[in-house]
Design a protein around this ligand. Sequence first.
Ligand code: UD1
Ligand code: UDP
Length: 362
Amino acid sequence: MARVVTIIGTRPEIIKMAPVVKALDALDHEHVLVHSGQHYDLLMDRVFFQDMELREPDRQFELREQPPHLQVATTIRQVADVASDADLVIVHGDTNTTLAGALLASKLGRSLAHVEAGIRSFDRSMPEEINRILADQLSDLKFAPTVTARENLERENVRDGIHVVGNSVIDALTQNIATAEKRSTVLEALGLTRGKYILLTFHRSENVDREASLAQAVEAFARVTKATGLEIVFPVHPRTAKQLKAFGLASRAAGIRGLRQIEPTGYLDLLVLEKNAALVMTDSGGLQEESCFFQVPCVTLRESTERPETLEIGHNVLAGTDPDRIEAAVRKQLVATRGWPNPYGDGTTGTRIAELVDGFLG
Ligand code: UD1
Ligand code: UDP
């Protein structure tokens, strides 16, 4: 029996790794689930364990409010004992938790697997791009979501141990949408009509940590709700809430008619909000993928995306934070012809990863 240590720490890692964790738990190996503590608010963390019926982590650490370099350093120090005798360490995605887990496995001489390997924005000013590249370079097993991701790895001379397995975002979504539709009352609670509102999420550091781009984006939200007559529902990420206050933009945002700011929602409510939206405006990776599956058009509030397939099939348009560009993109996408294919697999990514892990451990 081998010892597998899976490290998670943020909202998207909990959601996308839940199906993988469940599949790994079913193997005949010891499986230790570690939470770095990078996300910690009820609505950024615990709610997903409840909504997805995910078991508690075996080891829970605290990171609260640390700057990025200390998130990485502290996680390495805190998780070292748990990972020191692992036969395989598994990390997901592109967060500071991911980088810490990858560096730790490397320094301990342990094998490493990276889930969602090989996606690239080709923008190295993003902390996420650096985290992904380093995790991929250090990994023995690279679970790539698409053929494009595999090709990105090959261009970086990473050739061994790549497996194209789809994206576990689809597993998570297909395993939970029926429950979400049964249990969630979010549309009624917010008084929303299906297909008559826009769902907005916005939290990337390159957008919200710069006053000019956050201020511009807020004006773009005002423009879009006025131009389309559609209400915008905006679950606000804690980083964004903090920055709106810090830049003195909170009252401007609160005063925009048609911009409905709410707390971050649980996963079941988010799925229902997303599936029934007329359009999604976002800078989130996960929302680009999920809205693609739901056949809901997307406008991405960034200059680049590591999900290029969504652009190619007409589901998604890049619009940055300029109000003119965003308004034009929203008008275009509201009348987009739907029916594009889903590039992210058939919802069996978790079990495929577990089988490959089992084979690797022998
Ligand atoms: C992180 C990831 C990002 C991912 C996002 C998912 C990195 C480099 N970035 O960004 O790729 O898209 O998670 O949501 O790892 N905060 C709270 N409560 C929480 C969590 C955060 O108040 O539960 C606030 C804190 O002030 C914190 C700030 O948000 O300092 C930023 O959190 P952090 O985890 O550092 O980065 P994210 O922006 O969440
Ligand atoms: N999500 C959620 N509630 C919210 C906002 C997002 O449940 O209020 C979910 C969403 O369905 C997706 C994931 O969180 O699965 C995306 O996380 P986030 O946008 O924080 O990170 P990213 O995908 O950009 O790394």
